[in-house]
Each structure stands twice: as C-alpha cells, then as structure tokens.
Design a binder for this molecule. Structure first.
Ligand code: ZN
Length: 347
C-alpha cells in the first residue's frame, strides 16, 4: 500500500527552474508522521528558488524538494506519536524547531534561532508525500477545505503581522497588496478596524484586493497621495497601525509619514538589502516597530482557524488552481505579478 517512489517538484541542479522527478517516499522517525499531500500553495520563496537568485543559491542545497504550503492527510504515524490518527486531514507548520534554545524553552518556538524550513533547508511539500514532526501538524476541521489549508502558511504570516497590535476601532494602513497584504486586510477588517487602506503601485493587485476585501480602500501611490486619502476618510491625524508587506523603502517612508504620533508598525516585507531609514522621524514620532517572522507556534494557527470558522473569508485570494503537472503555468502566473495565490492539486 505504501509506494516506494513519488512525484516531487525538485530543484535538481543549481540553475533556473524546477523539475518533476521520481523521489523515494520519505521514511518517518518515531516522532514523525507521513502526510499524503492533496494541495500546495506556491510562495514567493518558491519563486526565488525557481529563479535561483543570490539568496537561493546561498541558502538551498541541491537536490531539494521545494514547497512549504500544504494540506493533506496523515497516512503513517511514528510509534511515539499520540493524539493524531491515520486519515486526519491536516496542514502544518513548515518551520522545524529545536527545543534547547532560550526562546524554545520559554515556549516561544517561533523565535528559535535553530529553525530549519521545509522546502528550503529540508525536503519540502511539493511532493505526493511529506514527512513532518508530529509537533508541527495542525489538524484541519471539516469546514476548512484543502485549498485554504494549502494557504494557511501565508495566511498565518498575515495573521501574525496583523494581530501584532490592537486593531479594534483603529485605522490601519497596509503597504503592499501581494497575497499576504491582501489577506492581512481581510484579517484587519475581521478584527474590527475602522478604516483599512492598502497601497501598491500595481493596479492588478489593488483590483484583487478590492475583490477579496470589498470594503478596503485601495490607493495606487503612483497616482494618489496618502495624505489626500487621510483627509477624504476624515482621519484627524493619520493611521494608528501600519503593516509593511512590500519590503519597499518608499512604502516604509510613506507609512511613517502617514502614522499618528505614537503609531505602531509591524514589518513583514523584506527590503532587498540595506536601505536608508530616516530614524529621526521615527524617534520624534515615537513610533514602535516590530519585526515579524513566520507564525507563532501555535497561537497564530489557532487564531486563524478560529477566524476562518467565524466568517473570515480569504478564498478569493486564490486566483489559480491547477493540476500539479501544469506547475510551469502556475509559476508563470506567479512571476507575472498579476496573480493571487496559486494552488497546485496533487491528487
Ligand atoms: Zn510561504
């Protein structure tokens, strides 16, 4: 019943592209489970790996099965594993942690400096089977379908970033309308913010933002001034909370400018290198800045599944679903900059 080999999408050689290969089905250890993959999401990280840019070449050993956004079903259980069953639908945290660091021992697993990522440092989820520590498994309730299960990793980034600060009754600015920025807008709206404004310079992404979150105010900052939007919405002094999702220095500058005194910023976007920051402006505005990495284990997962069950709807951020054999089309859609999330079907 357990096959010996499986289809897998692999970085087989240190050059541009990914290749569909036959790979051995992983053997699990005593504390691990084997998951049959149903659906996977393509992440920006996977695009870096496809393109084999400087970061990927320095980080990812080859051969490597890529991918870390997945939903599937448990088909094998290690002998030490309790509380999980064969047939359980699940997603899971793709960050594999150590348990002996200061932060892990404090229960802050997402801050473990020894973290390794599936699909980056360890064999990943773009395959028919994935082995994962049972600790990392997140069971999926029946009302969360596989395509949503396959995007919980990036939704978790959005939720972790969005819930960094109080949102109830606040005015929130999101810079960067990629899929995570758009999902963050949905979360912020769900969490009771007053005005939710999202900026980008890509009209397709802003259109998608409006499609996913009809009540969001989109701003194309190449043609519209944020200050005018602040006036239009009747905000007296500016935004209370900023979520930076673009990695753009210009966007961060605009955000600092548009915040109230004592405003708060959560940073998820990664600037391409060192970038100049006007620190005096940040000091004089008494702004709090928090860097966000990954998802809190497992508070973010708990919250996002609870919100999905309580009406949070991000389904329209998935713009493309296709059979995995058409993966090249999926990557092309991602690279066009005009897609939302792309989900590959492995069944
Ligand atoms: Zn991802």
């Amino acid at each position: 019943m357990r096959p010996n080999t499986m289809k897998a999408l692999e970085k087989s050689k240190p050059e541009e592209g990914l290749w569909m290969v036959q790979a051995p089905v992983p053997e699990i250890g005593a504390d691990e489970v084997l998951i049959r993959i149903n659906k996977t999401g393509i992440c920006g990280t996977d695009i870096h790996i496809w393109n084999w840019d400087e970061w990927a070449a320095a980080t990812v050993p080859v051969p490597m099965i890529t991918g870390h956004e997945f939903a599937g079903e448990i088909v094998e259980i290690g002998r030490n594993v309790t509380g999980l069953e064969i047939g359980q639908r699940c997603s899971g945290e793709g960050h594999l942690i150590t348990t002996d660091s200061r932060q892990s021992r404090a229960g802050k697993f997402h801050l473990d400096p020894g973290t390794r990522g599936i699909g980056v440092n360890e064999q990943g989820a773009f395959a028919q089977y994935l082995k994962l520590p049972a600790f990392n498994v997140v069971p999926l309730p029946d009302d969360v379908p596989d395509e949503i299960g396959a995007i919980l990793d990036p939704l978790g980034n959005a939720v972790h970033t969005a819930l960094s600060f109080d949102l109830l009754g606040e005015d929130v600015l999101i810079t960067g309308a990629g899929p995570i920025g758009i999902m963050a807008a949905a979360v912020v709206r769900h969490a009771g913010a007053r005005h939710v404004v999202i900026t980008d310079i890509n009209p397709d992404r802003l259109k998608l933002a409006e499609h996913v979150v009809p009540t969001v105010r989109t701003v194309d900052v190449s043609s519209e001034e944020l200050q005018d939007v602040i006036t239009e919405l009747g905000m007296k002094e500016g935004f209370d909370v900023g979520l930076e999702m673009s990695g753009s220095q210009i966007a961060l500058d605009q955000m600092v400018e548009a915040l109230v005194m004592g405003g708060k910023i959560a940073l998820l976007g990664i600037p391409p290198g060192k970038s100049p920051v006007d620190w005096s402006r940040i000091v004089f505005k008494a702004i709090t800045i928090k860097g966000v990495y990954g998802r809190e284990m497992f508070e973010t997962w708990y919250k996002m599944i609870a919100m999905l069950q309580n009406g949070l709807d991000v389904s329209r951020v998935i713009t493309h679903q296709m059979k995995v054999d058409d993966f090249a089309d999926g990557f092309a859609a991602m690279k066009s900059g005009r897609s939302g999330k792309v989900v590959l079907d492995w069944t």
